[in-house]
Every structure is written in C-alpha cells, then in structure tokens.
Design a protein around this ligand. Structure first.
Ligand code: SF4
Ligand code: SF4
Length: 82
C-alpha cells in the first residue's frame, strides 16, 4: 500500500484518479485505505495517485511493504467483491 504524507495540500486530484476508490479526505489530509490500495497493480503500470499528485507526497508505506504477487492477490479479491 502507498501512504500520503503530511505534505498533502488537500487538492483532491488523487481521489478521482484511483481505480480502487482507496483515497478519501481524512481529518487533516487525504488518506489511503490500505485494504483497497493495490499500488495500481491490475489497473495501471504506475500508481496513478503518484502520477497526478502535484506535491509528490505519496510514498510506499514503510509499515506495509507488499510484493507484486501480494498486490495481485489483493486486486483479485477486490474484483471478487464487485
Ligand atoms: Fe489508488 Fe493506485 Fe494510489 Fe493505491 S496507488 S491509492 S490503488 S491510485
Ligand atoms: Fe494530497 Fe497529493 Fe492527493 Fe492532492 S493529489 S490530495 S496533495 S495526496
């Protein structure tokens, strides 16, 4: 999962770009729901939130390192929910 750091300026550009609806406005800054973030695996070559964020404040979550295989499984599970 990726993580939004407190450099976030609450511009709302990333939320509509997320194919997994993983991003929402939090109490202070925008937040990524780890359960829903596949780092865009299954949808795009690059994490779309990182591509669009104007202040480059989105990083890999150091608490939640995930292999590509794990992200692929998460993607499959999210698709099965639909
Ligand atoms: Fe959404 Fe992709 Fe960003 Fe994860 S990396 S929050 S899935 S846009
Ligand atoms: Fe925050 Fe970047 Fe998302 Fe804008 S695009 S709300 S600055 S994380």
């Amino acid at each position: 999962s990726l993580l939004i750091t407190n450099v976030c300026i609450n511009c709302d550009v990333c939320a509509p770009a997320c194919p997994n609806d993983a991003i929402s406005q939090g109490e202070f800054i925008y937040e990524i729901e780890p359960r829903r973030c596949t780092e865009c695996v299954g949808h795009h070559e690059e994490p779309q939130c990182v591509v669009v964020c104007p202040v480059e404040c989105i990083i890999p979550d150091p608490q939640r390192p995930e292999s590509r295989a794990a992200l692929q499984l998460k993607y499959a599970a999210l698709m099965a929910e639909k």
